[in-house]
Design a protein around this ligand. Structure first.
Ligand code: NAD
Ligand code: DAU
Length: 384
């Protein structure tokens, strides 16, 4: 793993939430509300984790923006994530599938969107290993349906939300840049790579205004509790085992979700068409260390200091498809768009753990029978 001094960008580990972005060579201010004429954004997958945080971000950052949230409401979609803005005049929810060309065309005709941000996806690696079919349907076919929709009815911008997983796995050293080879390993990553490359091909072939973001692991409020951080907090609060795949040595780069939303906003309004932007948190952690940090945060809290959650190493359900490490070179977005993460990991993780602690009913409401079945398939007989 490279030391921060070996990186070409400054570490953000010690920056507080109000710290300024590091000074890039060419700095552009982030878009302000005054810059934007009223415009409608067609946001797909806006009832999920990042999509709901993005809708909240974009409505509060830009008075002139309206968001149409087009979401199928799969197990991961939850309208409760947007309770605070559901009555806003600048928000509309439409239940629909991005693979349904007719339904997409109908909302496009009604709304005449200025831009599209495509978050909608099957997003969990472990589920893609159990059954890749919905991943091909939504992540690949659904993306192509949206791209056809903008061929028929032009928009000013289309942002395809991709992932660092398209690059495959790194060893202990090095970073992925936007020109690194695409070498996905899991069915999830392969479907995201297909969508990412189809989007770039549509930009080139048809001259469409498409930009792609590839971000690292997001964390923050409203993440479905199948993912490492919310699952660990929930299990810890319930006095259950904390499952770690293999020896927990894999490394992920953690990015606070609001920082990603700011980056997507900047790419949407100022990114160069046909380009890819990496978005990383510059915050690499081994899984085992992250889980131990969560235990420590909970132990320091007066209400949960009696908790003694137990880490349990389990057979890795990802096998050879478990990527060892991801890490991103984010010079491009820093230098071109003046973006950098603002949230320190220490503050971000503490506030995220606190959010899940304070919002246990939110988590418990999304624990359905479907979740229990899934949990048993991955973690064995133990109930979640
Ligand atoms: P999520 O699983 O929390 O949410 C996905 C949303 O998409 C849900 O609301 C779901 O109902 C909706 N959806 C699924 N299939 C749909 C369909 N066919 N039509 C319409 N809506 C559909 O996912 P997330 O973690 O918020 O990820 C959002 C996007 O960001 C995904 O494209 C994912 O690949 C990408 N991404 C996520 C991360 C991360 O760390 N979470 C990092 C990089 C990239
Ligand atoms: O890197 C970006 C990707 O980050 C996104 O594209 C995906 O949509 C998102 O889900 C996330 O993928 P990961 O597979 O990295 O996230 P997850 O939280 O599922 O797992 C993080 C690491 O923790 C991974 O190495 C597997 C491990 N893990 C996960 C779970 C759920 C465990 O050890 N135990 C667990 O119970």
């Amino acid at each position: 793993m490279p030391k921060n001094s070996e990186r070409s960008v400054a570490s953000t580990q010690d920056l507080g939430p109000s710290a300024q972005d590091p000074a890039p060579r060419t700095r552009h201010p982030e878009p302000s509300s005054q810059e934007l004429a009223p415009r409608t954004l067609f946001v797909t997958g806006g009832a999920g984790f990042i999509g709901s945080n993005f809708i909240r971000h974009v409505l509060s950052a830009h008075d002139g923006v309206r968001a149409v949230n087009y979401d199928k409401l799969t197990y991961a979609g939850n309208l409760e994530n947007l309770t605070d803005i559901k009555e806003s005049e600048r928000y509309r929810f439409v239940r629909g599938d991005i693979s349904d060309a007719k339904a997409v065309a109908q909302v496009f005709a009604e709304e005449k969107p200025w831009g599209v941000v495509n978050f909608a996806a099957e997003s969990h690696v472990d589920r893609s290993i159990l059954d890749a079919t919905p991943f091909v349907d939504t992540n690949v076919k659904g993306t192509q349906v949206l791209l056809e929709a903008i061929r028929q009815q032009p928009v000013e911008r289309f942002v395809q939300i991709s992932t660092d997983e398209v690059y495959g796995a790194l060893g202990k050293d090095g970073l992925f840049s936007e020109s690194s080879p695409i070498q996905p390993n899991s069915p999830y990553a392969a479907c995201k790579a297909a969508a990412d490359l189809i989007a770039l091909a549509y930009a080139k072939t048809y001259g469409l205004p498409i930009v792609v973001t590839r971000s690292s692991n997001n964390y923050g409020p409203y993440q479905f509790p199948e993912k490492l951080i919310p699952l660990t907090v929930r299990n810890a609060l319930a006095g259950k085992e904390l499952p770690i795949y293999g020896e927990g040595k894999q490394v992920r780069d953690w990015l606070y979700v609001e920082d990603n939303c700011r980056a997507i906003d900047a790419v949407l309004h100022k990114g160069r068409i046909g380009e890819v932007y990496n978005i990383g948190g510059d915050c690499e952690k081994q899984n085992i260390d992250l889980v131990k940090l969560i235990c420590e945060i909970l132990r320091n809290h007066p209400e949960t200091q009696e908790l003694r959650p137990r880490i349990q190493f389990i057979k890795d359900p990802r096998g050879a498809a478990h990527d060892f490490r991801y890490a991103l070179d984010c010079r491009k977005i820093r230098e071109e768009l003046g973006w950098g993460p603002r949230m320190s990991f220490e503050t971000g993780l503490a506030s995220t753990v606190e959010w899940y602690r304070a919002n246990r009913p939110w988590t418990e409401r999304v624990i359905t029978g479907e979740y229990r079945d899934y949990y048993r398939k991955i973690y064995g007989a133990c109930a979640p």
